[in-house]
Design a protein around this ligand. Structure first.
Ligand SMILES: Cc1ncc(COP(=O)(O)O)c(C=O)c1O
Length: 457
């Protein structure tokens, strides 16, 4: 398996050709999922004692399996938070895979980690956090949020003996991403939600804190604000929340997994005022910084606190702390030990294109949301639910019931035309099913937007 022979050389050429075609193509097809039994019926058993051979396995991949995926970088994929990795980043993802770099410790991955840190310095500079702040790349926003919550909780526990036996409590809002609630479960802390899907203001947060019981207040250790909600692109009142956190001595985490990319855009940067006062921030380069999956990031005002929470101990790891191995060890600042140097593709793309091109590409996503808003306002069969925020647009098809949105989504997906999915918007106590665009890909056109809206007629 580890020897070089003719078959391997031919396979390398085939894989490279496939990759070159994929990187250089401008017209990806929107694939359709199939049931696992259907896929099994098409490809048969592929894992056998003797192997089916690379040529056959690759043929099955191209003929059947690749077509069951929806490329996230399709210009009419506007569902969830899509992605649009640059070609430079995708190419360097290949180098990252081919190089077998262990990205946990400087001793083994100094070259790769150096590059990651160069990219990280730029990201940290966008946040305005004070000198000394730094971060590491994670597998995504979920892992970044978990790493930050655990750091905050361990810091709180270190403050006094009573905290060590209490279950912690975190306040966030209804608009926060599902990963905050899920990661609170993993960290075994309780979550209390400020009841708004719109902007969480410092005043509402203060009121919630004032209404806590004395015991709840003792258990409260962190506030999670959102810098661009997944559903609607809403940025919480970061300045007001920072003020409350400082006055109440609480850890201030900003989940900007999606919105963080927009920190580079002059047109919306002022909306993030207050983020520079955070204790920790999540930003996902695999969302709006055009990196391939998977690449999230967690940044700390005081990285030393993260190190205290996450640094792993073991006799087999002592060597990494040795004088000769000194350097920055990414494993110390998040939950993962062995890790891919997943910031490397971002570094290469940034180095290739320069940060100005990133600014332009993000501004285009913001502009597309405004363009979509204008088009919607002119069409009689659709209307805006709220003004576009960051690159998210919520709109309704007048007269449609929830099942109409579902049917329309499946029809467009089946035709290989577009992937735009419904969501819900909460007003008071009611949830309305609506449609949603999220723009990331700068190659999406006005024509794409009009065609999607026309398909709702
Ligand atoms: C605001 C926010 N936080 C966290 C996440 C989770 O990130 P990931 O899917 O990379 O784990 C998302 C994903 O969409 C998000 O939008």
């Amino acid at each position: 398996m580890h020897k070089i022979d003719m078959d391997l050389i031919e396979m390398t050429m085939d894989v490279m050709k496939y990759t070159i075609d994929r990187i250089s193509s401008t017209q990806h097809k929107i694939g359709k999922p199939k049931k696992a039994e259907e896929l099994k019926g098409l490809v048969g058993d592929t894992i056998t004692p003797k192997g089916v051979g690379g040529e056959y396995a690759f043929k099955m991949w191209k003929k059947h399996l690749a077509k069951a995926n929806v490329p996230i970088d399709h210009p009419r994929h506007l569902a969830f938070v899509p992605a649009s990795p640059t070609r430079a980043a995708i190419m360097f993802d290949l180098i990252t895979s081919a190089s077998s770099i262990h990205g946990a410790y400087w001793m083994e991955g100094a070259g790769g980690i150096f590059c990651e840190n160069e990219a990280m310095e730029w990201i940290v500079s966008l946040t305005g956090l004070p000198k000394g702040a730094f971060g590491v790349f994670t597998s995504g926003g979920t892992a970044a949020n978990l790493s930050a919550i655990v750091t905050a909780r361990e810091y709180w526990r270190s403050l006094n003996e009573q905290n060590k036996v209490e279950k912690g409590l975190v306040i966030t809002s209804v608009g926060a991403h599902s990963s905050i609630k899920a990661m609170a479960k993993v960290a075994d802390v309780d979550i209390l939600l400020v009841d708004t899907e719109d902007v969480m203001y410092g005043t509402a947060l203060q009121e919630t804190i004032n209404n806590l019981t004395a015991h709840q207040r003792r258990r409260l250790f962190a506030i999670v604000a959102t810098g661009g909600t997944t559903n609607a692109g809403i940025i919480d009142d970061l300045e007001g929340i920072a003020r409350v956190c400082e006055a109440e001595n609480l850890w201030f985490h900003v989940d900007a997994a999606y919105g963080g990319g927009a920190l580079v855009a002059d047109s919306v940067r002022p909306l993030f005022k207050g983020i520079e006062r955070a204790d920790s921030i999540t930003i996902d380069p695999h969302k709006w910084m055009f990196s391939p999956y998977d690449c999230g990031a967690v940044i700390y005002k005081e990285p030393e606190l993260a190190k205290r929470a996450h640094s792993q101990e073991g006799s087999y790891l002592d060597i990494f702390k040795d004088e000769g191995a000194h350097g920055f060890n990414p494993t110390d600042y998040q939950i993962q030990l062995t890790r891919r140097v997943r910031g490397l593709p971002l570094w290469f793309s940034l180095a290739t294109h320069g940060t100005d091109r990133y600014k332009e590409a993000v501004e285009r996503g913001l502009e597309l949301a405004q363009i979509a808003g204008d088009i919607i306002e002119k069409m009689p069969h659709v209307e805006l639910v709220r003004a576009p925020s960051l690159s998210c647009v919520l709109y309704r098809r007048i007269g449609w019931k929830p099942e109409d949105y579902t049917h329309w989504t499946y029809e467009n997906h089946k035709k290989g035309f577009a992937l735009v999915t419904p969501t819900k918007w909460k007003t008071g106590d009611t949830f309305e099913t609506v449609s949603r665009f999220c723009f990331i890909n700068p190659d999406t056109t006005e024509g794409d937007i009009k065609a999607i809206l026309n398909s709702m007629k």
